[in-house]
Design a protein around this ligand. Sequence first.
Ligand SMILES: Cc1ncc(COP(=O)(O)O)c(C=O)c1O
Length: 393
Amino acid sequence: MNKNVQQTSVNSSRRNWLKSVGLGAGAVALTTSVDSIMGDLRAAGMPTEHFPSATPNVNDGLVRLSSNENAFGPSKKAAKAMQSELLNLARYTDATVEVLAQKIAKQEGVSADQIVITNGSSPILFGYADWITKNGNKLVTSMATYEGVPRGAEFMGADVTYVPLAADMTFDLDAIEAAVTEDTTAVYVCNPNNPTGSVVDAAKLTAFAKRVSKKAQVFIDEAYIEMSDAYPANVQSKLVAEGHNVVICRTFSKIHAMAGQRLGYAIMPSEQAKTMGGMLRMGGVNYLALVAGMASMDDHANLNTMRSRIKTERDKLVNVAKELKQPYAPNPQGNFIYMDTGMPHDKFAEKMKAQGIKVVGRTWPGYDSWSRISVGTPAETDACVKALKAVLA
Ligand SMILES: Cc1ncc(COP(=O)(O)O)c(C=O)c1O
């Protein structure tokens, strides 16, 4: 990271503005409320007319518990790091991408040439779907899982096998293994799984991946892994380090609360990283995301606090599901729960919207009366609990 551009080169009116919006040195008081950010901007004499149209989905007055965002917001250290680099945007980011790759490599015990860094992890998921179509065209995964890879692969013409969830609503690794044949290209496992929040036993997943990856590449999406109670024991990066035919996918959108900044990465065999990397990076990665991501990785205290705050909010949703006697996917480990509301998902979403809460507006085949609900800040989750009682009691 180039530190040549220091605060001294920031003119004083800009410095005052940064300070007034909570980004000034020593005054990193970030808020997650769009209205209050806009109020700050207006008070500082900044034009804000482009904001409402740019963020209609955020600025619609609803409590947004629909996309598994992390409402607690990013690390203050990440915000400060971005602030100090605001005027250092003139250069392409290849060298900084390499610095982050080295940092991730050290943390995950892999080598830097096994890492592909992208603007959010979605480009990896869709790029991987494309890779499937060019390498045999057959994917095996579970029902009720995150659609990036499977729907992307289907859209591009791949043959996707969806194996039912196990009775406890976890990924049924035995059934998935039984569905893998010699011509399967890849297996997609989401752990913790979106939307169920379930985690599979770490040792069982390791053994599964070692066996299955001899036939087909095993792609493990660990978007929510840092939120799981047993993190880092659930992490499977070591499989790539040991040379197994496995891909691990991560994002800074979840525990790092940087969904709006876009940063994600994959860990994969180095030859594949070389060929997929150039294509997936699509001309570079956002510099401020890289800067923020590195600072956030170092802010262990924030990540630990985040894990426990998310658990506290998640427990509130689990408890209300129990109290209302609504079935839910057991032991959720992400920042959301998956619940049977007893009514079609769109009707439930409509009723929750009338209560001021936005829940996921889509469904997963076979689970039409189930809905995924994300946790929010304490006030937001409390409002959701109240709304659930009004809608379901
Ligand atoms: C399991 C999973 N993987 C990947 C993503 C993609 O996130 P992003 O593109 O923000 O990294 C999401 C987003 O919700 C997700 O739930």
